[in-house]
Ligand binder design. Structure first.
Ligand code: DGJ
Length: 699
């Protein structure tokens, strides 16, 4: 059964996923209108559905339905998805349908303006194995004399069906506090989620879920969407006073404009949408499955346990110090040793050296060769930190090329962390950047790059360029191109996306990286909430999580080693503490915990994830793969000294029996579902448990 169907009499298209359907129709004026996004329908049923017209038409409001890509023009007053201005000053678009084609699960609807040579294609793609619909837009100036100014070009607009209430869920935060879930009523207003920073941002993540206010983890309809873009972006959610809720999203923020020369085309990133009927948990699992099947390059690969030197050394980096850490890391069972910031140029602090990508001669008198060789001799792979988009003004690179940074005439160059942003939209800066990365990776057979970016854009100008706002698109595309080329030329290379922690997490970066450093905050108590938010969209296998020193460097909180490990084990863990100060007991316990992780990681990284909530203070996650279950539970603080109730599991079968692989205890599934798994948590704060269960038998 093809996943895209067309009904010529009704000029209606139906996209069918595994458990959902999406229908759109060509209106009389050739606008593409939204019809349905929800439960599965047949083509004939969809053809019977009415359009969502305004129930309050008057001389102040047209009856017209909801556009799939709203333009300026006609009686449209909501947030536009596509805003253009032609050379004669005319704004807006009047549509003419020119045809469509269907290629497997990919539908292209071709439109053009009735008068001007502007051609637009609306793309819809389903992969046949789930319910995610990928949507994007192509615009092309097919004229031969005048440019077209594009003031906004979103990837897609989405609409929730009529419900008495609407609620939105989104992710907010800041440095050290990323991915906090916010769930609030959708106001009758326009609500904008955005990044104007040139990066995805810590402050808002391009994920938005809408429900009617009744959905919870395991029931209720959820319409969720995610933008695959790692630069500035905007999603505008509009709940109108007559009960319609729609949202439009794409790259760039307000106030930018792009000039399309004759013959030039622009393609937006994907804005993907997903309808699920069984709550936020089912939505997350469907997104995780989509990310694995259609976004990640190496979903079946198991992420290694890594060591990262940042919290141990800061900028005090040299060969002897790294070797000492590497020896200890290897003895714990670590599989990848990653040397962080401070290894190059004159980089002894945040103030200097960024951009000078040759090993610091004092710290590495014989270059990186001896360290890389010793790391490998110890049985680990070798990774290294880079920040290719940035430069310290106090660097040879900046002294040679002060014009390579984002800047504007007659404006200060605002420094943040004493650094400026290289304009990688410039072909010369991009070629130079690719060349040093390629050399570095080739020379030392680097296995892993931690690709960092520690500040947002400011004074984002490109003096001398005729269309300078292009850099907001082209910088990000250039980062993508460099990563793609490095990966193609060095097939063993794996990349971790980082922007001062979780400032660059999105489906665009995940298409060319393997994991994401979710936050610089490694305090396990804070991390539980950060990881909870991260898991709404991103699967556990891409979530890098380190075990660091206690007290924690960010919060000063003291926590037991076991608790720190158990929190990190919910993703792809690493160790980031100063191992030279850990006691023999701590090292021994760490080695045991690393070994314990290796016993569960095939389930954590490749299984399905179910978030669990206990009675207030207890949180946990259950991972399932075939007949294996892993439960990790955390009790950050034991309120009133009360013993937490057993943790109810979510993904066991009531008619099966489950055996604890470590203690041999058995539990009927019905008991695990209804009264919960006894965890035997020790008294006090920062208690945690790791339980491995296997389905043993039918009762
Ligand atoms: C920010 C990252 O998030 C940290 O892990 C570390 O790599 C520092 N940058 C280094 O400058």
């Amino acid at each position: 059964m093809p996943s895209v169907l067309f009904h010529p009499d009704h000029r209606l298209w139906l996209l069918r996923g595994a458990t959902s359907a999406y229908a759109i129709r060509l209106a009389e004026d050739d606008s593409v209108r939204h019809v349905h996004w929800g439960a599965v329908l047949t083509l004939d049923q969809a053809a019977e559905l009415p359009e969502r017209v305004s129930p309050a038409a008057s001389s102040f409001e047209a009856e017209a339905g909801v556009d799939e890509l709203a333009v300026e023009g006609g009686a449209r007053f909501g947030p536009p998805s596509l805003l253009v201005r032609f050379a004669d000053g005319t704004r807006g678009v009047e549509w003419r349908y020119t045809g469509h084609d269907i290629d497997g699960g990919h539908l292209r609807i071709h439109l053009r303006d009735r008068h001007y040579p502007l051609h637009v294609t609306l793309n819809y793609r389903m992969h046949g194995d789930g319910d995610v619909i990928e949507r994007w837009t192509n615009v092309e100036n097919r004229g031969d004399d005048a440019p077209v100014t594009v003031l906004r070009c979103d990837s897609a607009a989405w609409a929730a069906p009529h419900r008495p209430h609407y609620r939105m869920s989104h992710l907010v935060g800041g440095w050290n506090s990323e991915f906090q879930v916010r769930r609030t009523d959708v106001p009758v207003a326009e609500t904008v989620l955005t990044s104007r920073r040139g990066m995805t941002s810590h402050h808002a993540n391009p994920w938005l879920a809408v429900d009617d206010g009744t959905a919870c983890e395991d029931h209720g309809e959820v319409w969720s969407t995610a933008l695959a873009w790692s630069g500035s972006w905007r999603i505008s959610l509009h709940r109108d006073p007559v009960g319609r809720t729609t949202w439009t999203g794409g790259f760039g923020h307000e106030g930018l404009s792009w000039s399309l020369a004759p013959g030039e085309a622009l393609e937006t990133p994907v804005f993907a949408g997903l309808y699920t009927a069984n709550g936020f948990g089912a939505a997350s699992r469907a997104w995780h499955a989509h990310v694995r099947a259609h976004v990640l390059a190496h979903p079946d690969e198991t992420r290694p346990v890594l060591y990262n030197s940042w919290e141990a050394t800061g900028f005090d980096v040299d060969e002897a110090g790294q070797l000492a850490l590497a020896a200890r890391a290897a003895s714990l069972g670590v599989e990848m040793f990653v040397m962080d910031d401070g290894w190059f140029g004159g980089r002894r602090s945040e103030r200097a050296g960024l951009g000078d990508w040759t090993p610091n001669p004092d710290g590495f008198p014989s270059g990186l060769g001896p360290l890389a060789a010793e790391v490998r001799r110890l049985g680990m792979r070798f990774g290294i930190w880079v920040e290719p988009e940035m430069v310290n003004p106090d660097s040879d690179l900046y002294r040679a090329h002060p014009d390579w940074v984002l800047h504007m005439a007659n404006r200060d160059r605002t420094e943040m962390r004493h650094q400026l942003v290289l304009n990688l939209a410039r072909p010369d800066a991009a070629a130079w950047t690719h060349a040093w990365l390629d050399r570095l990776v080739a020379e030392h057979a680097i296995d892993f790059l931690k690709w960092d970016a520690n500040r947002p854009f400011t004074e984002a100008g490109w003096p001398g360029h005729e269309d300078p706002d292009r850099l907001w698109i082209e910088h990000t595309r250039s980062v993508y191109r460099i990563m793609d080329r490095l990966r193609a030329d060095h097939p063993g290379l794996r990349i971790e996306a980082c922007s001062g922690g979780g400032g660059r997490a999105d489906l665009g970066i995940l298409a060319r990286t393997d994991q994401i450093w979710a936050s610089d905050n490694t305090d396990p108590v804070d991390r539980i909430g950060i990881q909870h938010g991260f898991s709404q969209l991103y699967p556990a296998q891409v979530m890098s999580a380190w075990v660091t020193d206690s007290p924690n460097v960010a919060t000063g909180r003291r926590t037991p080693l076991r608790f720190r490990f158990h929190v990190a084990m919910a993703g792809a863990p690493g160790i980031g503490g100063d191992l030279t100060t850990w006691t023999q007991e701590e090292l021994k316990e760490s080695a045991e915990l690393v070994a314990a992780y290796k016993r569960i990681r095939h389930v954590v990284q490749h299984g399905e994830q179910h978030r669990l909530r206990g009675d207030g203070t207890l949180a946990g996650v259950e991972y399932v793969r075939e007949d294996e279950h892993v439960v990790i539970a955390w009790c950050p603080t034991r309120a009133f000294g009360h013993t937490p109730a057993p943790l109810r599991l979510a993904a066991v079968r009531p008619d099966a029996v489950y055996r604890d692989l470590d203690t041999g205890a058995t539990y009927p599934g019905a008991l695990l579902l209804q009264s919960g798994l006894p965890l035997g948590l020790p008294p006090g704060d920062h208690a945690s448990a790791l339980v491995r269960l296997r389905r043993a038998d039918q009762v």
